[in-house]
Design a protein around this ligand. Structure first.
Ligand SMILES: [Zn+2]
Length: 307
């Protein structure tokens, strides 16, 4: 059993709750047969809740060396000698790019592929948006998508139940088992509550709505309207919505309805929407509902000036 270290190892917090085994490596062979074995890659992948293949391919790509799994001996073998420190740094790089949430930096994430882009979904803070698509490894993930997690929150599990709210929601999770690495609490409220505890902030109404009602656009809107004081500035709402529409099919298909409802409720205003639209990237413009809504706004404007 190897020593356990933080996910990632640059994190100095001795009490950090997310741990993985330290990579155990070994030089083998010599000359042309020189290679480096990673003896515990399976355990590391498991701790990261990550597909084993991704780790192996990432090492290979970064080192420009052949890397493969020796299934019989249950170890990864990389051509050439690579010292343990270098491999540990590469693992941290992978973690920073594809395991830690881009927003809250916690590893409670799952990857998926949407329209050839890698998407990170975070059970801790509700982030659902682009992963490190600027890195060339994203292409490998896009071509070899992870198996779809049936339920992100259920797949990613946690060590302790952090809040009274969470404990109330799911009582059996309140009794921690010594061997259970990450215990489970899957309710949307508990997931959102974890963000508050982990980051010392309260999730916005928008984030709560997305966590709870991504598959129910009507209730999504109701949840936002219920709590208009706990919303970011309009420009941020629009950016958030565009990303939510792109990654949650149910919301995306009802973008027109959602934008219109928020506009009617004075949560979004015409000027802000048009300003955001002019500055938007082409990716946002692909959501048909957004385009239709903006067109409608512009037409309404023209009708007004005709009158
Ligand atoms: Zn997050």
């Amino acid at each position: 059993m190897s020593k356990s270290v933080n996910i990632d190892t640059s994190n100095p917090d001795p009490c950090y709750r997310y741990k993985m085994p330290l990579l155990v490596t070994k030089f083998e062979g010599k000359g042309n047969g020189a290679r480096t074995a990673i003896l515990n890659i399976r355990e590391v992948a498991k701790a990261l809740h990550c597909d084993l293949v991704y780790l192996i391919k990432f090492f290979g790509m970064e080192l420009g060396a052949q890397a493969k799994m020796d299934k019989i001996k249950n170890k990864t073998v990389i051509n050439g000698f690579h010292d343990a420190k270098q491999l540990a740094l590469l693992l941290d790089k992978f973690i920073t790019l594809f395991i830690l949430c881009p927003r809250c930096k916690l590893p409670e994430t799952a990857l998926s592929v949407h329209k050839k882009a890698v998407v990170t979904t975070c059970a801790a803070c509700g982030y659902n948006g682009p992963s490190a698509n600027q890195h060339k490894f994203a292409m490998f993930i896009a071509k070899n998508p992870p198996k779809p997690a049936k339920n992100i929150a259920a797949r990613v599990t946690f060590q302790v139940v952090p809040t009274a709210l969470a404990a109330e929601t799911k009582e059996e999770a309140a009794a921690p088992e010594p061997d259970l690495d990450w215990a489970t609490d899957t309710s949307a409220e508990a997931v959102a509550a974890r963000k508050a505890e982990a980051m010392g902030i309260v999730p916005t109404a928008l984030e709560m709505a997305t966590i709870m009602y991504a598959d129910d656009p009507r209730r999504f809107v109701e949840r936002i309207k219920q709590d208009p004081t706990n919303l970011p500035p309009q420009a941020d709402i629009l950016v958030f919505l565009a990303s939510a529409f792109a990654t949650h099919d149910e919301l995306g298909s009802r973008a027109l309805f959602i934008l219109n409802s928020l506009y009617e409720a004075d949560i979004l205003e015409e000027e802000q929407i048009l300003e955001w639209w002019e500055a938007s990237s082409t990716a946002d413009l692909q959501v048909e509902g957004i385009r239709k809504f903006v067109e409608w706004l512009k037409e309404a404007d023209e009708d007004d000036s005709d009158a």
